[in-house]
Design a protein around this ligand. Structure first.
Ligand code: ZN
Length: 75
């Protein structure tokens, strides 16, 4: 047994949004075994839907508090 750092414990600058290629702040592990990465923008856009099909979600969008360049649009 090794004690390697769990790869799903955090996101890095190397993790990129599957939609737009920006730095990812949300990792979604699907119940089907796949994995998706989203930037803060797409995490907000797809997050609620993704959480319905996700086995687990790593949400680090809070790291962007105060620095999100996109103003909240009315839904
Ligand atoms: Zn994105």
């Amino acid at each position: 047994m090794t004690t390697a750092v769990a790869p799903s414990s955090s996101l890095s600058a190397l993790d990129r949004c599957d939609r737009c290629g920006a730095q990812a702040y949300l990792r979604v592990e699907l119940q089907s075994g796949g994995e998706l990465l989203f930037c803060a923008h797409h995490a907000r856009e797809h997050g609620e839907k993704l959480k319905e099909i996700a086995a687990s979600v790593t949400d680090e969008t809070h790291r962007l508090n105060g620095t999100d360049p996109a103003p909240e649009a009315a839904n």
